[in-house]
Structure formats: C-alpha cells, structure tokens
Ligand binder design. Structure first.
Ligand code: NAD
Length: 301
C-alpha cells in the first residue's frame, strides 16, 4: 500500500486519518505535537510517530490538518520542514483553513523547490469527517493534479470540488464559512428568542427545518441542547468546531473582503460576536455555544 503522512490529529484530522487508513487502504503514518492525540489514535490502530522527519523518509504524499497558516508553514517550510526533508515531487495536500494569500505563497515556495502543494480545505464538521462525507475544495493548478488529489481525498469525502487554481480552494472555504458563522448566529438568535417567548426549541427547530428558516445550522448541527443527538450542543459543546477557529475564519473573510473592497456587514458583525465568545473564555468550546450565550444574555455582560 502507498504510504501517506498525516499531520494534525485534532477534532477533524483524527477521524479523517482513520478513514484514509480504513477505507482507502493506505499505509497512514500520523504525527501530532500533542502526545495524547497520538496515544488515542494509536489505540484506534493508526501507525503514529513522534518525530515528523520519520514521515519524510517513509511517505511521498502528505495531508496536513492544522489550526492555521503559521502551523502549516512551520511544518512544511523552513529548514526542518517537510518540503526540505522529503523526496522531491512529493504531494502535500493541505486541508487546514488558511488565508488564500498564505496558500498561494506556500504553493509558490513549494514549486521553487520541486514540491507540489495543493490547498484543499474541507466543510462538513466532525460528523462528516467521521462519516467520510466531507466536501473538499481543491485549488489544484491542473486537471491531472486535481485527479491525483481526488483519488486520495475521496476516501475522506463525498464531494471533491475542483476550484481550478492555487488558492481558490481557500477562497471558497472562507466564503462558505462566513455564511456559516452568520447562519449559526441567526439560528441561535431565532430559537433563543422563541424559547423566551415560550416555544419549545424542539418544536421550533422542526418547524424551521420544513420552513424557510432552515439551514445546515438548524438541520444538521442544531445549537440547542437536546434537539439533536450526536451534535456538540448535546455534549456540553465539547469537540466540534472551536469558537477560536470560527473567529479565525471570520477574520480571514474580513481581511479578504478589505482587500477586495467588498461590503460584508454581517460577516464583520459575526466576527465581533465570536470575538466576544473567545473573550468569555469559550475559545475551545464548539461554535454552536453562541445559542447558550444569547439565551443567557451573556453578550451584554
Ligand atoms: P483542532 O484544534 O482540533 O486540531 C488541530 C491539531 O493540530 C491539534 O491536535 C494540534 O495538537 C495539532 N498541531 C498543532 N500544531 C502542530 C504541529 N506543528 N505539528 C503537528 N500537529 C500540530 O482543529 P480541527 O477542528 O481539527 O481543525 C483543523 C483545521 O480544519 C482548522 O484550520 C479548522 O479551521 C479547519 N476546519 C475545522 C472544522 C471543524 O468542524 N472542526 C471544519 C472544517 C475545517
């Protein structure tokens, strides 16, 4: 079997790496700076290593799933980075959400030293990462390269979208997540208002899900505890998509909007709200916790 190095076993990367190994039949060797994550996934049967240079010797395809641009850059670029240490013409698929400027810069740096870097961020959350049904937004420079990426990514995702040029996957992702941030707050606002007016969140959610207020945040990832099973809202807002990562994405969208002179008033407002959640100490809680914050009027504090 072909060997793939997988870097970043967080909420998303862990289940993605397992799917690649189990469904894709790849020999996956995984690395994370967090030793507890390594232990957890070793128990699940993944081959793990504590030294990233081991990956460089054994693999020539890599997937990174890291918090932000600086982590991706430190793992791939620089003197001890994988670009230098691994065989030339290796393939690096980065599924982290980073700025499109960073993605283009890393792509250009890779090209200069005969490495291949593709931005391929994902959408769908931990549920889709676990089920292997993620959407990938792939910024590959050619059809051939897109196909090569798809052959690997299809074991972790259902929709593999060709965004046709380097950086374009990252553009698609930040636009999607700006909508997601706004929509999550919208659903949380509506259902918390309903609850205060005396309508049960379960009843209101089921109405919205067959009416015009429906969206992913109401139907698949409902923010109210007890409305759905197996979502972070029903598990104390643990796991899932951290508020600090949503804030990062809204910041990427705001920066991109400034550069493009695009008006994004609700995106900017959503960013301020997630900024407040992080200040309230909710940085590692799932972003659906905005429901609890609104219900208890904590934004005003
Ligand atoms: P996470 O914070 O749960 O996991 C990140 C992992 O990277 C951690 O295990 C951390 O220890 C590891 N890490 C950090 N620096 C490292 C380094 N130098 N070398 C090796 N490992 C390192 O984050 P996540 O929720 O899994 O998200 C990962 C990326 O995917 C982010 O860019 C996020 O915005 C994006 N994303 C997340 C979701 C979601 O629902 N959680 C959905 C789509 C996209």
């Amino acid at each position: 079997a072909e060997t793939v190095g997988f870097i970043g076993l967080g909420n998303m990367g862990g289940p993605m790496a397992l799917n690649l190994a189990r469904k894709g039949g790849y020999e996956v060797i995984a690395f994370d700076v967090n030793k507890d994550s390594l232990k957890k996934y070793a128990k699940e049967g993944l081959a793990v290593c504590e030294d990233v240079s081991v990956l460089a010797r054994k693999a020539n395809k890599f997937v990174t799933m890291l918090p932000n641009s600086s982590h991706v850059s430190s793992v791939l670029e620089g003197e001890n980075g994988l670009f230098q240490k691994s065989a030339k013409n290796s393939l690096f698929i980065d599924s982290s959400t980073i700025s499109y400027h960073s993605a283009i810069k890393i792509y250009e740096n890779a090209k200069k030293i005969n490495q291949r870097y593709v931005d391929a961020p994902v959408s769908g959350g931990v549920g889709a990462a676990t089920a292997g049904t993620l959407t990938f937004m792939v910024g590959a420079e050619s059809k051939e390269l897109f196909q090569e990426c798809k052959n690997l990514l299809q074991h972790m995702g259902k929709n593999i979208a060709n965004c046709e040029k380097p950086g374009a996957g990252s553009i698609a992702k930040i636009c999607n997540n700006m909508a997601l941030g706004i929509e999550m707050i919208a659903v949380a606002e509506a259902i918390s208002l309903g609850k205060k007016l005396g309508i049960d969140p379960k009843v209101l959610s089921s109405i919205m899900n067959t009416a015009s207020g429906r969206c992913w945040s109401s139907e698949v990832y409902n923010p109210c505890p007890g409305v759905m099973e197996n979502v972070p809202a029903s598990k104390g807002y643990e796991g899932g998509f951290a508020c600090e990562l949503m804030l990062k994405d809204l910041g990427l969208a705001a920066d991109a909007a400034k550069q493009a002179a695009a008006d994004v008033p609700l995106g900017n407002h959503a960013k301020e709200i997630y900024q407040k959640l992080v200040e309230l100490g909710l940085n590692r809680k799932d972003f659906a916790i905005v429901y609890d914050v609104l219900l208890n009027n904590k934004l005003k504090q």
